[in-house]
Design a protein around this ligand. Structure first.
Ligand SMILES: *Cc1c(COP(=O)(O)O)cnc(C)c1O
Length: 234
């Protein structure tokens, strides 16, 4: 087995164990392989052992890999920050977007989604801790944004995404995950939405995220190894 294949097996068993520990069924949890800065060959390797969902942050790099791997049945997730000048390509080339935080971006994606494609699956990123430097909508603005996005015909609002501060202690990170779950339940109860996705958990906080109800973990380093930004074009 290659390293990537071994790492994937390892991450899947970590997810299984984390699910068992809290009485969940691991089939409720999707593993998104985060391949940013990694070559198309690494994605192909993961695909060969059954991985189908891949996450990318940097648009130009992602578009090159999507073109190179067009022969594979991959579900592409854009997990990076969204900017207005990128929405057209995101709408045309991805199946999912995870970091929606403004109505303007959502409306652009909705307008630019090609008619022949199914709706773009979407998560709203929530900034739970309220740090100004972080992406995401505030809790206060979340309900109104969710209500409006849910009405856009070419987007399908699936749930919420968050990223705790990696410098915070694990206990604090866990409260961030648990708050995201509460917010999802509130939106479903108060707005009549049917959000089913909690995009939370990365290589270092997978267990806590699963314990708090994550349905999609975004794992890069534990599958593909450390990223070398200096070598990339980012
Ligand atoms: C890079 C990235 C990940 C993966 O992080 P790892 O620590 O390498 O698992 C997950 N989510 C987002 C939004 C990212 O940018």
């Amino acid at each position: 087995m290659t390293n990537i294949a071994k790492n994937l097996t390892q991450v899947y068993s970590q997810i299984d164990q984390a699910a068992k520990n809290c009485g969940r069924d691991s089939r409720e949890i999707t593993l998104l392989a985060v391949s940013k800065t990694k070559p198309a060959a690494a994605i192909r390797e993961a695909h060969e052992v059954g991985q189908r969902q891949f996450g990318e942050n940097y648009l130009q790099e992602a578009l090159a890999k999507i073109a190179e791997l067009a022969d594979l049945d991959i579900e592409w997730h854009f997990i990076g920050r969204i900017q207005s000048n990128k929405t057209r390509d995101i709408a045309a080339h991805f199946h999912w977007v995870h970091a929606l935080a403004s109505l303007k971006h959502a409306q652009r994606l909705n307008e630019q989604r090609p008619a022949e494609l199914p709706p773009l699956q979407a998560c709203i990123q929530v900034n739970i801790t309220g740090e100004a430097s972080k992406g995401g909508v505030s809790e206060a603005n979340l309900p109104e944004l969710a209500r409006k996005i849910a009405q856009l015909p070419n987007l399908r609002l699936r749930g919420l995404m968050t990223m705790p501060d990696p410098n915070d202690p694990p206990a604090v990170q866990r409260t961030v995950f648990s708050r995201l779950r509460e917010l999802q339940q509130e939106l479903n109860a108060k707005l009549g939405l049917t959000l089913d996705t909690l995009s939370m958990g990365m290589s270092d906080d997978l267990e806590a995220a699963v314990a708090e109800g994550s349905t999609l973990v975004r794992i890069g380093t534990a599958i593909f190894g450390a990223r070398d930004y200096a070598a990339g074009d980012n």
